[in-house]
Structures are given as structure tokens and as C-alpha cells.
Design a protein around this ligand. Structure first.
Ligand SMILES: NC(=O)c1ccc[n+]([C@@H]2O[C@H](COP(=O)([O-])OP(=O)(O)OC[C@H]3O[C@@H](n4cnc5c(N)ncnc54)[C@H](O)[C@@H]3O)[C@@H](O)[C@H]2O)c1
Ligand SMILES: N[C@@H](CCO)C(=O)O
Ligand code: NA
Length: 437
């Protein structure tokens, strides 16, 4: 076999040269010799598509174009690296590239969470590769472990912090005691939240990632619309104070589970919502903009993946890893893993998903109140795990933590409790994960 530098180069079309793309372009140039040695052939930029080429004096003008559509099907291109983001027009470009036999590396979780089936089909038909490690948890190697290293195991659960912006905000609210709006303003001022933080704070970003994780973990097509989504905008300083009182904290978690019902029928549940977890839980110690994901599998047991989930260079690391994998496959005329959706499990609605609740109430401090509250739980078939009462003047603060019950039963219980005359205020309602110490 010829030396790597003597083999025909793998030619790369880079779409987008912003936060992540500019780091990919830099590393491709600076590490050209090492990348060639690892891939088995030189990996070279054939073109870079950006919205405004005149705004990029730092890039070689002969590589720049505003016409991504034309670049992706050019005969001179083997691999398309997409770092533009969003669904249209990117979906059309990538389908055209795959149909033309180009392999695709992308960091685009929004696109993959909606359209990975079409993209994989196009890749399969043309014998091309589709890699997307950077789309979930940035630099952290997580998707390839799920697709490859754990392909022989049976995964039962994937749970973690997959959005750095919301983790930063919740960590700050926990340490300062400040409210949500105030903390979001501060995060924006410091550059930890984007100008439009909607996709992060309302949980859309995490829900896309949950869909991708559930699809890979359970060999089932799961799209973003299958994921139950709640963001952090309704998390209050009172919620964090209630959590603190119980030795817990609040995190926005993506939780993907294989659920088996009493008849042995399996389904998949995927959800994103704020959760109270014990401070002793390893995810509680994940602060600031970091990401961490737990994977539980039958044979492997528990695995934890931790690191930087965003940022130009960390995300570019994952993109370049994929690019080397794709280049290696090209050099030996092979292919990476295809879509694995053979299990085709049904997706369980949130209402039927077993969860546990923490409910903090301000109630009248008189005989029979606790009995009325307990009766509401009993009426909905919800079993109570712990109750704590403390007196505050003529009122009492009542904290109830439940055992697992269908989420819909827990919701109806809380609705009924809120209507009881003896309940002055529902101070905080939140799902809980992890054992109490
Ligand atoms: N920034 C991060 O930390 C991070 C982390 C993980 C994944 N991602 C994903 O990576 C992708 C890129 O993110 P980013 O932060 O680098 O975005 P960015 O906004 O910094 O860069 C986007 C780039 O796309 C180009 N572009 C936009 N429209 C175009 C068009 N019509 N034709 C050609 N070029 C066009 C822009 O010129 C710009 O260079 C997104 O899918 C994002 O979700 C980003
Ligand atoms: N906006 C995302 C970037 C990584 O996908 C975050 O805050 O984690
Ligand atoms: Na990753």
C-alpha cells in the first residue's frame, strides 16, 4: 500500500465556518500531516461555504463560496462536513450530497432528530457514511460508543445533562439563590447563553439530543416530537430552596429508558425536564457548562461520560474524529455503521411513564390536613415514600416524596391537591431521580 501522503487525497467540503467550522478548518490545516498518517491519505479542504464570503478575509479566497448547494455535489468532493445548523436548506444539501455518494459528517442535532431516517436511507443507497458525534454532548465520545462499542450489549437507560446553557443557569441559581430571569440575564451578559436562548432554555436542544440518544440506544426510530419536553423557565428559587432542604439539587435531564410493562411488553420512553437529584448523585456535581451522561447496559453495568458539551474547539474535536473515521473507511473502500432501527419499539407516552414526584405545600396547621392530602394521593393510586412537616406560624410546610407511579396519575394528584381548601399554596412540584441518602 502506498504511503498515506502518496495516496489520492480525501477532499472535504466544509459547510459553515462559524464557531465550530472555523476550528475544524484551523485543525485540518495545522494537523494536516498527523491527520494524513491516521486516516491513511491526505485530508484536504476542497471548498468552504459560508453565507457571506466577503466577511472571511482569514480564509483562502479560492476555497470560499456562498453556493453550498453546488459545492456538495462537486466531483472534486468526497466528504461533506456540515456546520451550518438548522433544518432547511441543510436537509436538501445533505440528501443531495449523500445521493451523489459523498459521506457526511454533521453536528446538526435539530436535523438528525427529525430526519435521520431519510439521511440514513440516502447514505445506504449510495454506500456512503453518516457520522454525527458532535451533535450530542460536543467533544464527549458518546454516540460512537453507543453505535459501536456497546453494539453487543442491551442498553436499558441513558440519562444525563446534555445542555450546557441550562446547566450553567441551574448551577448558578443553586449557588446564589437567585431567580431564573435574573440568572438568565447574567448568563447572557457573560456569553453563556445565546442571544436567542429559546432552543436551550425551553428544552428543544436537549429534546433533539434525547431523540438521537434513544434511537441509538434502543435501535428504534425516535424523533424530537416523540420526546416529552419541559424547559427550565418555570424553575423557581423556591424549587431550588426546597431541593436544598432535602439534600438535593435541580438539573435539566434527558432521560431515555427501556420500559417493560407488567405483560412483558417493551417500549421506549424519552423525556427532558427538570429533576431533583440527591447532591451525592454524580450528575449533581456536574457544574457550569459541562455535560455528563450515564449509560446503563445489562452486561456493561453503569458507564459515565463526562466533558465539554459545546464550544468551538471541543466540538471540532468530535467532528475531526468523525472525519478521520470516514476517511479511513474511504481508503479501504469500506463503510461505517448503518442505521440500526431493527427493534422498532413503540414510544411510551409521558402520562404512562413511571416517575416519582416531590411536592412541597404550604397548608393550614390543623387536625386532618395531612389525612386529606394523603387521601388525594391514595385516590390516584400513588404511594407515598416520605412526608416531612415543619411549622411556619399558623401554617405548616409539608413535603411529600412519592414512590413511582404513572406520570399522569401524579399530575392529577397534584391538580386535586391544589384545589383543596386546606392547601394555601403548592410551593414546588418536581420529578425526582436517585435514592435518598
Ligand atoms: N457552537 C457549539 O458549541 C456547538 C456545539 C455542538 C454542536 N453545534 C452545532 O454545530 C453547528 C454549527 O454551529 P456554530 O455554533 O458553529 O454556528 P455559527 O452560527 O457560529 O456558524 C454557522 C455558519 O454557517 C454559515 N451559514 C449560514 N447559512 C448559510 C448558508 N445559507 N450557506 C452557507 N453558509 C451558511 C455561516 O456563514 C456560519 O459560518 C450547528 O448545527 C450547531 O447546533 C454547535
Ligand atoms: N446550546 C448547546 C450547545 C451544544 O449543543 C448547549 O448549551 O449545550
Ligand atoms: Na459527542
Amino acid at each position: 500500500m502506498a504511503a498515506p501522503e502518496e495516496r489520492p487525497a480525501i477532499r472535504v467540503a466544509l459547510l459553515g465556518c462559524g464557531t465550530v467550522g472555523s476550528e475544524v478548518a484551523r485543525l485540518l490545516t495545522e494537523q494536516a500531516a498527523e491527520l494524513a498518517a491516521r486516516a491513511g491519505a491526505p485530508v484536504e479542504l476542497a471548498g468552504i461555504a459560508v453565507r457571506r464570503p466577503d466577511k472571511h478575509p482569514e480564509l483562502p479566497p479560492e476555497l470560499l463560496t456562498a453556493d453550498a448547494e453546488k459545492l456538495v455535489t462537486s466531483d472534486d468532493v468526497d466528504v461533506v462536513v456540515e456546520l451550518v445548523g438548522g433544518i432547511e436548506p441543510v436537509r436538501g444539501w445533505l440528501l443531495a450530497a449523500l445521493k451523489a455518494g459523498k459521506s457526511v459528517v454533521t453536528a446538526n442535532k435539530a436535523l438528525l432528530a427529525e430526519h435521520s431516517a431519510d439521511l440514513f436511507e440516502a447514505a445506504d443507497a449510495a454506500g456512503a457514511d453518516l457520522y454525527f458525534e458532535a451533535a450530542v454532548a460536543g467533544a464527549i465520545p458518546l454516540l460512537r460508543p453507543l453505535r459501536e462499542s456497546l453494539a453487543g450489549d442491551r442498553i436499558t437507560r441513558v440519562m444525563g445533562i446534555v445542555n450546557g446553557t441550562t446547566n450553567y443557569i441551574l448551577s448558578a441559581m443553586d449557588s446564589t439563590g437567585a431567580g431564573y430571569a435574573e440568572t438568565l440575564d447574567e448568563a447572557s451578559r457573560l456569553g453563556y447563553a445565546e442571544a436567542d436562548p429559546t432552543a436551550d432554555v425551553d428544552g428543544y436542544d436537549a429534546a433533539s439530543k434525547a431523540a438521537i440518544l434513544a434511537s441509538l440506544a434502543f435501535h428504534t426510530r425516535v424523533t424530537a416530537s416523540d420526546v416529552h419536553r419541559e424547559g427550565i423557565a418555570d424553575v423557581t428559587a423556591a424549587d431550588l430552596a426546597a431541593a436544598r432542604g432535602l439534600g438535593r439539587t435541580v438539573k435539566l435531564l434527558a432521560i431515555c429508558e427501556r420500559v417493560t410493562d407488567d405483560d412483558g411488553v417493551e417500549s421506549v420512553s424519552a423525556r427532558v425536564h427538570p429533576v431533583m437529584i440527591p447532591r451525592s448523585h454524580q450528575l449533581a456535581g456536574v457544574g457550569g457548562a459541562f455535560n455528563a451522561v450515564y449509560v446503563e447496559a445489562d452486561a456493561a453495568g453503569e458507564l459515565m461520560f463526562y466533558g465539554q458539551g459545546a464550544g468551538g474547539a471541543p466540538t471540532a474535536s468530535a467532528v475531526l474524529g468523525d472525519l478521520v473515521a470516514v476517511a479511513r473507511n474511504r481508503v479501504v473502500a469500506g463503510r461505517g455503521p448503518r442505521e440500526s432501527a431493527h427493534a422498532a419499539l413503540p414510544v411510551r407516552p409521558m402520562g404512562q411513564t413511571p416517575t416519582r414526584y416531590h411536592v412541597s405545600l404550604s397548608v393550614a396547621d390543623r387536625a386532618g390536613v395531612l389525612a386529606q392530602v394523603a387521601q388525594a394521593f391514595a385516590d390516584h393510586g400513588v404511594s407515598i415514600a416520605a412526608v416531612r412537616q415543619s411549622d411556619v406560624g399558623d401554617r405548616a410546610s409539608l413535603v411529600v416524596v412519592t414512590h413511582q407511579a404513572p406520570d399522569a396519575a401524579l399530575q392529577s394528584t397534584v391538580d386535586e391537591i391544589a384545589r383543596l381548601d386546606v392547601v394555601h399554596e403548592v410551593v414546588s412540584v418536581m420529578r425526582v431521580e436517585g435514592e435518598d441518602q
